[in-house]
Design a binder for this molecule. Structure first.
Ligand SMILES: [Zn+2]
Ligand SMILES: [Zn+2]
Length: 222
């Protein structure tokens, strides 16, 4: 099987300082065949990854993590940035118009997740059922929801540091060679997920820090 980490953040996200080239090098060293640098509201990380793709022999899935007004949405395979702050339904439609795959990111996460109702009704192509920065119970709920809806599952580490790359991955059949192949396989629900959830101690710290950042940003959502 081929291993893909479909949710990672580079220095083009306000909350990561990692260089794209270092991320690709680390991923390749860890036996990952494909990666999406999915920065917050920016395609710059993905574009840089695409330029460096050949140096690292790794498949790049273009993408970004869009802050919809209702929670985070992963947009895969888009060549144009999707605007933030649209509602979830409009965000999904915009991604579909751009030929991309719209995925509900960590739907049950406190604060930045879409929540169950929106995830059910906004027409997502797939649901992120394993995110290494979500606690196990939230990942389990996302998995149950995807199963119930018959929606394809995706996974990613949501790494903001090199050390976390590859902690959650999608396994796809051998023989895929391009972004198009990968997106097609994901659409068909051929992915299986593998990896770990966040442990509880780190979650407590994360919540406290998120609220602190939010206050400092003047109560603006990420
Ligand atoms: Zn997110
Ligand atoms: Zn993220």
């Amino acid at each position: 099987m081929l291993r893909f980490d479909l949710h990672t953040h580079s220095k083009y996200s306000f909350d990561s300082s990692e260089e794209v080239g270092e991320m690709l090098k680390t991923a390749a060293r860890r036996g990952i065949q494909g990666i999406c640098v999915s920065d917050h509201n920016s395609l710059r990380g993905s574009e840089e990854a695409l330029e460096l793709q050949e140096d690292h022999g790794i498949i790049i899935i273009r993408g970004m993590e869009v802050s919809s007004s209702e929670g985070h949405v992963l947009a895969y395979g888009v060549r144009e940035e999707v605007p933030r702050d649209l509602d979830a339904l409009e965000t999904v439609e915009r991604i579909a118009d751009l030929g991309g795959l719209a995925v509900a990111a960590h739907p049950h996460r406190f604060w930045s997740g879409l929540g169950e109702e929106v995830t059910r009704t906004a027409g997502f192509h797939a649901i992120e059922t394993l995110n290494a920065r979500s606690v196990a119970i939230h990942n389990a709920k996302a998995e149950a929801l995807a199963e119930e809806l018959g929606a394809p599952a995706t996974a990613g580490s949501d790494a903001h540091r090199l050390g976390d790359l590859g902690k959650a991955i999608v396994l796809l059949p051998e023989g895929l060679e391009s972004e198009e192949d990968v997106l097609e396989a994901l659409r068909k629900g051929r992915g299986r997920t593998a990896g770990v959830s966040r442990d509880r101690k780190r979650t407590a710290r994360y919540v406290v820090r998120s609220v602190g950042n939010w206050i400092r940003r003047g109560f603006r959502r990420i």
